[in-house]
Structure formats: C-alpha cells, structure tokens
Design a protein around this ligand. Structure first.
Ligand code: ADP
Length: 610
C-alpha cells in the first residue's frame, strides 16, 4: 500500500482546519471589535469636543458681555484661562483653539506657538460662516503628507442666537485615538498569533487522538493482508473511533476464523486431490489450466507449473478433433491414447462443468481414469473369444466336411471310409485337448485355484518324465541327453502340475525337432533356485516372436503347429504353472538352430521326499 503523503494526511488536515477556523474567528472578531471600538472612541471624542466647544462658547459669551471697565484682567487673558481650563494642558499641543470676535479678529489662542495671530484678522472661511450665523458641520481633515486626521469645527457665540458676538474655532488632532487603535490592533494581533500557536498544538494533539487508532487499523489491515490475524487494534476510548476499532477487531477475529476454515478446506481438498487415484485437471472459463493434481501430472508426464495457463484441449491432444465448446457439451467419457516410450497409456476422461451460483459456466473439471489395464484385459478377452471360436471352428468345419462326405456315400468305400473316420477322430481329440487346456487355464485363472504341494526330488522327477518321452519316441530316432546331477535336489511343488509343465515343454521340443535331433535335459543348482532347461536342435523361434511364445494361442507358424496337433496353449499353461510355484520361465532360441526353454523353481534345502 502507498504511503500517505504528509500534506494529505488527516493529521495535517485537522491541524490546518483548526488553525484556519481560529484565524477566521479571530479575524472576524478583530475586525468587528476594532471597528466598533474605533467608532466608539471617535464618537466619544467628538461628543467631548462638542461639549467643551459649547461650554467655551457659553463662558466666552459671558466674559464678552461683562463690562470691560470693571474687569481687572483683559478679555483675552480671561478667555485664555477658560481655554486652559476646558482643554487641559496635555492636549494643548494636539488641540488648537482660537476665539474670534465679531470683527474677525483673533482674541485668544490655546497654542502658544500661534500667539502671533492674536489681534490679526482671520481669513478662515469656516470662522466667517460661523460669524455669519451659518456654521459648517464639523469635518475631519486628513493631512496628505503625514496622514494625520484632525477634526475641524467653528461655532458661533452664542450658539443658538442671531446676535452673534464672536466665534470659536477648534482644530483637534485625532492621532491619539488612532495611536490607541494601533496599540489595540497590535495586542489583538499578538493574541491571534498566540491563539493560533495554541490551536496548532491542540490541533496536533487532537488529531493524534483521532488518527492514532486509524493508523493502527491501517497497519493491522496491512498485516492482515499478508495473512497475519494474530494482532488486534488497541481501543483508546468509547467514541465512534473506539467503536470502529472494536468492530475492526471483531472483523479480524471473524476473518481469522473464516481464513482458518478456508485453509482447512483447502488442505483437505489438496490432500484429497493428491491422494486420488484419478487425475484431476481444472480449467478457467477459457479452458486454461488452473490446477492439476499429482496423479494427472504422472499420467500426462507434465509438471503443474509448466502447464498452468495452457489450453486443456492441447494438453490432452484433443485440439485436432474438438474445440473447448464441445467439451462443455460433452457428457460421455472420451478415451485418450498416449504412447510414452513404447508404453501405452489409455485414459478415460470425464468432463464436468464448473458453474457459478447464477448458473453461468465458469470452467471445466477433467477427471482422468487410467483404463490401460482394463482395456488390455478387454482386448485380451476379445482376442481370446475370437481365438477360441477360431480354434473350435477349424476342426468342426473339417469334421463337418468329412462327415458329409461319409454321409454322401464315402462310408460305403472301404478304402476311404476308415481314413475319413480317422480324421474326424483326430479332430475330435484335438478339440478335446483344446477344451481341456482351456479348462485348465480357466481353473488356474480362478482365485480359489489350489495345488497339492509336496517335496519333490527334482533330478529324479525330470528324468522320469523324460524317460517316458524316450520310450514313446523310440521310433522317431530322436535322442535324449540327461544332464541332471546325480544327487537329491528338492523343491516344493504339485506333482501333477509339474508333470504337465515338463510334458508341455518336452512335447514341444519333440514336435519341433527334426529326425535324428538331440534333446538335452539339464538341471542346474543356483543359490536360491533350481533351473531346468530342455534344449532341442529344431526349427528355433525367430527373435521377434520370442517375447510372445507364452501368450495364449500364440504360434510362430500357425499351420505347422496345427498340423503337429498343437493348441497354442501349451506354453501359456506352462507359464501359469511355473508362476504358481513362485518360479519363472524363459526361452532362448536361434532361428533354424534350436530352442532352449528354461524354468526355475525355488530351491528347498534339507527336505526328504514325501
Ligand atoms: P503349440 O501347441 O502350438 O505348440 P505352445 O504354447 O506349446 O503351442 O507353443 C507356442 C508356440 O511356440 C508354438 O506354436 C511354436 O511356434 C513355438 N514353440 C514352442 N516350443 C518350441 C520349440 N521347442 N521349438 C520351436 N518352436 C517352439
């Protein structure tokens, strides 16, 4: 948050407002007060002056009317004494009083410096008008050089009588009043400055009481913004700001609770998303990725931070087939096929729309479910059904045609009939073998398949099985080599199943061996396991076919296998048996040179045959 500029702060504003208010108040009071005071002083002065002028006129008239002969002192002296009495000594320099007789002759002056005017005729028009009984109103004259104001007046003697015997003329300086006013103004100004200074200090203190809680709240709001709700604002009083601080603290507590709840929910959601076995991707309204859980990261081999903001359709490789709007409408799941380093991953994607409270579309949630295994099993199931149908149809078709031929009369032919019957018998036997093999596999696939384990002396056991084959293949000129050690090596196993395992492997070696070929049976002891290998010098298996020979119905050469009576299930059964014994089976072969099928079984020490 920005720092508040000094001159914009409430603190300064309050101080300025206070000072301005006081300034205006003082100005208004000052102007009114000084105006009124000045008016009062001037009026008083004028009244006093008028009274004195009237008194002077009255007493001068009295003196003038007195008989000169009987008076000891001359008139001018008596009038002078009157002037001195009425206009006291202090003001004599400021007030210039003249008494003039009816002949315009100055008979007395108050100011000693104007004594030379005594006995002179005055030319003052104001005096003349007074002597004529038509006096001018008193007037205030301003000296243009000094700016000093003087009140000028002339009065006839007597004041209200048509028989005028003289006049008085007064020039009274008003400077004393104005000097007083200046002093008062000075006092007022000093008072104003002091009031302003005190107001400014009070304003600062007052503003601080208002702004301190606000500053506290601002600071608190800033730390709250960073997620810290631990502190609270100090409540300074019970006024509006105090109540605001209290409300702010309440709000902080509620926010803290709400935040804790949200955090908790967030953690729960995040934990749910993290531990989900399905991938989850969330997008905004524009289909840009805003969230991706760990499972989705693993499925798509992408890190969340790298795909944030990327388009969902692009990340799911859907951009070539559909647009974002299609996904909003899509209700059925979509199968996505990914190939990573030859490993196939099939994902089933379900899309659902995130809606706002008002129902508007606000994004998408894609839930990705790994269906690779499911799809593989489904495909295997389809292949299996197809294979079984095919395997059964081939002998049935052949039998049908032979039986038809027999029915059509071939049965009458003593040469053909036995051959045809022989073929149908062979095919029936192959079908029985196939069905038996299928039953066997189906049993092994079922969960409650159990075996009869017992300790078996393996070299002896292998030799017995191989000897049985030796006997039955005597005429085929196939030779067997026994490389089994002449000692007891025990394994735990199901005797019947292990017999079938060896039968399947050895019968293959016999089937695919040429005439005069050698079949070698060897047995090797390792630290924790025993390895049995059956090696032939037959047709061999091409390299690319080797990984598939243990798959159900897989045959390298279908025609040859079928002719040799194979069902394509022999090695698949062998693998299941070995796995059920906790061992493993593998093949090594050179195309055209021979094949070696080996299997291992866990080795059991110090057991006796049961
Ligand atoms: P089949 O009944 O066809 O023999 P198997 O499951 O036993 O079915 O064997 C699968 C395929 O593996 C056979 O069709 C054959 O092509 C190949 N195969 C198995 N054993 C040998 C072997 N010893 N020599 C050459 N090919 C073999």
């Amino acid at each position: 948050m920005n720092k508040i500029r000094f001159y914009k702060s409430i603190h300064v504003k309050i101080v300025i407002i206070y000072v301005l208010l006081i300034l205006i108040a003082m100005q208004v009071i000052g102007v009114y007060f000084t105006g009124k005071l000045e008016e009062q002083l001037v009026n008083n002065y004028f009244e006093t002056l008028d009274e004195r002028a009237n008194l002077l006129a009255y007493y001068t008239e009295e003196e003038m009317k007195r008989d000169e002969e009987t008076e000891e002192r001359p008139l001018s002296r008596r009038i002078n004494e009157l002037i001195l009495e009425l206009f006291d000594n202090d003001n004599r320099s400021n007030t210039n009083v003249q008494v003039i007789d009816k002949n315009n002759t100055v008979i007395s002056v108050s100011n000693p410096s104007q004594r030379m005017n005594i006995g002179q005729r005055t030319t003052n028009p104001r005096v003349k008008r007074a002597l004529l009984g038509n006096p001018l109103d008193p007037e205030v004259l301003v000296n243009p050089n000094t700016g000093h104001r003087t009140r000028v007046m002339a009065k006839p003697i007597p004041i209200n009588s048509p028989e005028i015997i003289g006049a008085i003329y007064i020039e009274a300086s008003m400077e004393e009043i104005y000097s007083q006013m200046r002093q008062i103004n000075q006092i007022l100004l000093t008072g104003t400055v002091m009031a302003l200074a005190i107001t400014a200090i009070l304003g600062i203190l007052l503003a601080r009481t208002i702004t301190r809680p606000i500053v506290d709240m601002r600071r608190q709001a800033l730390v709250m913004g960073k997620g810290d709700f631990s502190r609270s604002v100090k409540v300074y009083g019970d006024d509006e700001i105090g109540q605001l601080a209290r409300a702010f603290n309440d709000l902080t507590n509620k926010l803290q609770d709400a935040n804790a709840t949200t955090e908790g929910e967030k953690r729960k959601l995040s934990s749910v998303l993290t531990h989900m076995t399905d991938g989850v991707i969330a997008t905004d309204k524009q289909g840009k990725i805003i969230l991706m859980n760990k499972r989705a990261e693993a499925m798509l081999e992408q890190k969340q931070e790298h795909v944030l903001g990327a388009e969902l359709t692009k990340i799911l490789n859907l951009d070539k087939f559909m647009k974002l709007e299609d996904l909003y409408k899509f209700t059925d799941p979509i199968l996505l096929d990914f190939d990573y380093d030859e490993e196939e991953l099939i994902l089933e994607a379900h899309f659902s729309v995130i809606e706002k409270e008002n129902g508007a579309q606000n994004g998408l949630i894609a839930v990705l479910h790994d269906v690779t295994e499911q799809e593989r099993i489904e495909e295997e199931r389809r292949d299996f059904v197809a294979n079984v149908s095919h395997e059964l149809r081939t002998p049935l078709t052949s039998m049908k045609s032979y039986l038809e031929a027999l029915a059509d009369g071939a049965i009458e032919d003593p040469e053909v009939a036995p051959r045809f019957i022989q073929v149908t018998q062979t095919e029936t036997e192959r079908m029985i073998r196939l069905v038996n093999d299928l039953l066997q596999l189906s049993k092994m696939d079922s969960k409650d398949y159990h075996m009869n384990f017992s300790a078996i002396n393996l070299p002896q056991f292998v030799d017995q099985v191989v000897e049985r084959f030796e006997m039955s293949t005597k005429n085929d000129s196939i030779s067997f080599k026994h490389k089994t050690p002449n000692k007891d090596i025990f394994v735990y196993g199901d005797r019947d199943k292990l017999t079938q395992l060896l039968d399947n492997i050895v019968s293959n070696a016999v089937k695919y061996s040429p005439e005069g070929g050698f079949i070698t049976c060897s047995l090797k002891e390792e630290k924790e396991r025993v390895i049995v290998s059956i090696k032939d010098e037959g047709v061999g298996i091409p390299k690319e076919n080797i990984p598939h020979v243990f798959d159900r119905f897989y045959r390298v050469d279908k025609a040859r296998s079928r002719n040799l009576g194979g069902t394509g299930l022999g090695l698949a059964i062998a693998k299941e048996i070995v796995l059920a014994h906790g061992g493993s089976i593998w093949v090594s072969s050179d195309w055209g040179k021979g094949t070696m099928i080996s299997f291992s079984l866990p080795y059991v020490e110090a057991v006796t045959e049961s």
